[in-house]
Write a new protein. Sequence first.
Length: 250
Amino acid sequence: PHQLSAWVETRLRENDDFFRSEGSRHEVDVGDERLVPLRYDYSVLEPVDRAPSPKYDALRVRVLADDRDTLSEQVETWQDVNDGRDGGDHVLITIDVPATMLERLRNVIGMGTVLEEETESHEELEREHRTDKRRLEASVTGILEDASVYTVHERRGARSGALGDAVGDQVGTVFGSSRKTLSRPLVEVDDAKAMAAFFRGSGEWPLSDADAAMLGVDTSAGELTDTGWCREFIDGYEAQKSVGVETILT
């Protein structure tokens, strides 16, 4: 079973760059939303998590892949588990994996194991195995086209048309007006890590005293003062959802 689920999960990520690795935080452009913080969890040929560990720094997307009958039951379970759960999943993407595809996958994995254990070469069998494997990998595109999107309250529709709106709605619900993005991504400068360490209390102020005065940083206390460029910037843009780089530079 683990080989089956690992194969399916790997092929999903190879066929669609929306599906990122599990366990890490990713920033992804989805629909009209830029740099949405996402965390992924995969339930591939296994039940959804009934007690997901809470995460609060991202929108949580669960990918559920199984046969059609199992999907219906698991969608209800997922909605019940995450409805009103603080730090739980927000969006569910379901992928119907036909029983015939699973049977073909078992045969391909089984034949691969047999061929690996053989001490003699079997060119015809190896050629057939490679062909079956390529056809199976190509069939993943088809099941992705039929994927559906759910939130805890409803089915939003086919993934091709509903994902952007579903994510946008959840971004507003989860982050509200507190979510802010830059129109262009920031570029880390050499002093950025040292600056971060300073404000965490684990490093020295990396710039000059004149810079500290101009920015409005109390280097003894390791915090911002009530005057200076940083405070002016916060006061000027705190109420805005997004900030354009051109606006800052003019």
